[in-house]
Design a protein around this ligand. Structure first.
Ligand code: HEC
Length: 214
């Protein structure tokens, strides 16, 4: 084999050896993840990369999955048993109860929020939640799959996390634009200031919002 064909190998070998040389341990290797950097403001950062410790993100994400995983079958069961009108009362009792049980179990504050709240006393978003919900809407409209939308951020020493709740076909019975007269009047009786109708499939109905003191 001519020498010029061997040359690259001869040159590359020492480089590989150097690259593989064991890296001496850092003098003070941090046991904990690096401190959370302060994120840019939400307004100027619509993509909102996650500036948060991954263990908290994982914990929050698992809690939102438990919330939905408990509420959805409860809702479906209630509709099967008592129809949508009966399910309204179940939803009104069960959703806050699940949120409370998860809060007590985990030490996180767990709630649901929406830009168009049905239960305005429980689901009205604060300033940060409003910004995140607006960003969710923007991202959903620009084509991102709504079920994947979540945001984690540390705000004033509190870890905050939100997971978008997309409108599925089932939700339209009580949140859509073609609601039956019986459901409409039952909703009007219970929620005179209801804003949570007129949704289409795929739109963001709201979010599960979690927070925990760091
Ligand atoms: C049987 C009627 C019914 C169906 C179906 C239904 N909801 Fe609701 N939804 C309600 C009622 C009633 C409330 C208010 C509960 C309360 O008082 O806390 C509510 C509240 C909410 C809230 C809390 C924010 C707010 O506006 O008060 C979210 C988020 C929500 N629903 C999402 C959904 C999603 C997503 C689906 C589909 C998977 C769905 N809902 C299906 C009746 C329904």
């Amino acid at each position: 084999m001519p020498l010029y064909r061997l040359l690259p190998g001869i040159l590359v070998l020492p480089c590989i050896l150097l690259a593989c040389a064991p890296v001496p341990p850092a003098a003070e290797a941090p046991a904990q993840p690096a401190p959370v950097p302060l994120p840019p403001t939400l307004a100027s950062n619509p993509g909102m990369p996650q500036f948060a410790p991954t263990d908290l993100v994982n914990e929050a994400s698992a809690l939102t999955q438990r919330f939905v995983g408990t509420l959805l079958p409860t809702l479906q069961g209630a509709i099967a048993v008592g129809g949508p009108v009966g399910a309204i009362d179940v939803c009104a009792v069960e959703a806050p109860r699940i949120a409370q049980v998860l809060s007590e179990e985990s030490g996180w504050e767990v709630k649901r929020v929406s830009l168009k709240a049905r239960n305005s006393s429980m689901a009205t978003p604060d300033g940060w939640e409003t910004q995140v919900l607006n960003v969710f809407d923007l991202r959903q409209r620009s084509g991102e799959p709504p079920a994947t939308l979540n945001v984690a951020e540390v705000v004033n020493g509190r870890f905050r996390y939100m997971q978008a709740q997309p409108t599925m076909p089932l939700c339209l019975t009580c949140h859509g634009s073609n609601i039956s007269p019986e459901v409409s009047s039952a909703l009007a009786r219970k929620y005179p200031n209801d804003k949570a109708t007129g949704y289409q499939e795929g739109q963001i109905r709201g979010a599960i919002s979690l927070s925990k003191q760091m």
